[in-house]
Design a protein. Sequence first.
Length: 472
Amino acid sequence: MVREVLSGDGQAGVGLVDAMSPTEIEQEALDHVWIHMQPWHELAENDGLHVFERGEGSTLWDTRGREYLDGIAGLWVVNAGHGRREIAEVMAEQAGKLAYASASSFTTPPAARLAHTLAELTPGDLNRVFFCSGGSEAVETAVKIAKQVQAMRGFPRRYKVIARRGSYHGMTMGAMSLTASRNETYFGPFMYGVSHVPHPNRYRSDFGVEGEQADIMAARYVEQEIENQGPETVACVIGEPVSSAAGVHVPSPTYWRMLREICDRHGVLLICDEVINGFGRTGKMFATEHFGIVPDIMTIAKGLSSGYAPIAAAIVRDSVFDSFKQQGMVAMGHLLTFGGHPVAAAAAQRNLQIFADENLVRQSAEKGEYLKARLEELRSHPSVGDVRGVGLLCAIELVRSKTNKTKWGKDSIFAKRVEALLMERGFITRTWEVMHFAPPLVVTRDEIDRMVAIADEALTIAEREHEAEFEA
Ligand SMILES: Cc1ncc(COP(=O)(O)O)c(C=O)c1O
């Protein structure tokens, strides 16, 4: 088979895949693709493998012709929706013209245009763009910029990073060091000097207080941590404006304004990770706009190209780039071969044009309100403890007891069962402590209704099956 793919007229590989049966493709996948987030026996023995081959709007089809509603936009990625031929066309055109030039010493027209667009779209004076290929790289880049800037400003001892519990910032070693669920057993020790502070959580506050007061306590904790570590040792604080991984808790503007002020007062740089939040996901172009703050560094990825090409960036304020310029050169101890790839940049630029033409950010805000109102109806379920979200970044929290807010626990069988029931009914999402609802921003009201109806049915079945495990 391999020899057939690689021989012939150069078209053989593509043609051959088209000619292969779903079973043959599945077998190749089972033999050679490392699919690692699902139990192997489910994939290999229980017909659990899905090979997706086509998408349109919020709908996906697998090689067996089965249809699915994409309730998670791939992985909070495909904001402009699947099947955008206009993006595919500019990519083909750009690849035909120039497929690569090194971004460390040179740039290309698509990268220059995209950097300009991003400088215009991002809040405040976030004007300088360091391109990379994915969210983890963007986070690595942001942290390295923060450390280097601190050193160049005369504070070489400021190397520590404060992240938040529950947060996710990627899985390369540096980014993983900031990710709260990092696996110490396999991968420790991690980057030195990282500490994790409580995340805002009004549903189950770490501080025994309610409402905005919980956010204020969480912000004060950040200041305590800076003081406890010694401000002269802290380089930066990093957080997602609205963290999906931590459970889609939407803090009040007070929280982020306090963090901005605390960081400024202590000479600490503030990094906002907008890898999921950015590009309309929360009903604003960037989630920081809800809170009226400008971070020193912002990381973006996913929705930047709506997944049509791997592209990401760390964007810095003028004051940060000025520190580099004052050194006479702007070199960073950093180089990513595919950063600012012209085909990916062209895809992102076309994607952002679609955002403007179709007003996708407003669509996200409006449809998000509708989605949240529909999700509120699920509160009558014994397993639905809370409904949260902003824009099309919504979630319901699954509990064993609504009174005590008891969690199902890590690797919850209940959550896994719900996820499987959703999949059987043609609705793809991610479910752990919370069930996520984050479809492409082009989702229709009818599709939202179908997602909620399927969730309703799946919860009803799982609750019946696990009745004995609920607490009073
Ligand atoms: C907030 C956040 N930051 C960073 C990342 C890492 O992005 P990537 O998987 O593209 O490396 C993710 C991935 O989901 C993310 O959610």
